[in-house]
Design a protein around this ligand. Structure first.
Ligand SMILES: *Cc1c(COP(=O)(O)O)cnc(C)c1O
Length: 219
């Protein structure tokens, strides 16, 4: 689906929810997409992208950043502490802060680098064993821990279980954010971003609806 169809659907969903136009940021998820498709979206003027692996992002984005100004790159996948420095140097936001060890590493590197990307705490709203994220019951404590480390936590992120109604998970994430005084909500993907916007998403992460099916499937 062309980019402008997605941005039109976002605008309509914002309006339907009584939210100001432009209040939702579209992160175009470019993981495993061929460079031509990514370049086509850059040529249309879009600048905000998401990748879920540091290594892939590091291979692809420095070249695009040389050619296109103002790229805003978001890491939306799990982050290993040994890749944290690279992620912080390359990305403008990290959506997968989910454990004390990572939070401490980010805090130390922020001191060292003198800068820190916008951070989102990932919450495992479906309490799925194989999925990253803090459990909902541990979220308040973990957010407090991040704040004590002076990390710039902007909001929360979730990936609902594939076989459940996503709206329930979006509502839960919004509730946890609200009681912690966090404004950012990174939720909603190709199949459910309108529902996420209705429930307060500030960042939607849309991949296949923009770029087409991924050539090589990846989590
Ligand atoms: C791949 C991915 C997306 C985008 O998924 P689509 O269904 O292609 O829109 C969003 N969020 C995360 C964390 C992802 O890994």
């Amino acid at each position: 689906m062309p980019l402008q169809d997605i941005t039109a659907r976002i605008a309509k969903a914002e309006q339907a929810a009584g939210r100001p136009e432009g209040s939702v940021k579209l992160i175009a998820v470019s993981k495993v997409q061929p460079d031509e498709r990514v370049e086509a979206v850059l040529e249309q003027g879009h600048r905000c992208f998401g990748e879920n692996r540091v290594q892939e992002a590091a291979g692809k984005w420095p070249g695009f950043m040389e050619r296109f100004n103002g790229i805003d790159l978001h890491l939306i996948g799990p982050l290993q502490t040994n890749k944290a420095r690279q992620a912080m140097e390359l990305c403008h936001a990290i959506h997968s802060v989910d454990r004390p060890k990572l939070a401490k590493t980010l805090a130390r590197l922020a001191q060292e680098l003198g800068k820190c990307p916008d951070l989102f705490v990932q919450v495992n709203t479906g309490e799925e064993e194989q999925k990253a994220g803090v459990m909902p019951a541990d979220a308040d404590e973990f957010i407090a821990e991040c704040r004590a480390l002076d990390l710039p936590i902007q909001g929360l992120m979730c990936i609902p279980p594939v076989d459940e109604e996503p709206a329930l998970h979006f509502a839960l994430l919004a509730k946890i954010a609200e009681r912690n005084g966090l404004k950012g909500l990174s939720m909603g993907m190709s199949g459910d971003f309108e529902s996420a916007i209705a429930l307060g998403a500030t960042h939607v992460r849309v991949g296949s609806a923009i770029f087409g099916e991924r050539v090589r499937p990846q989590g």
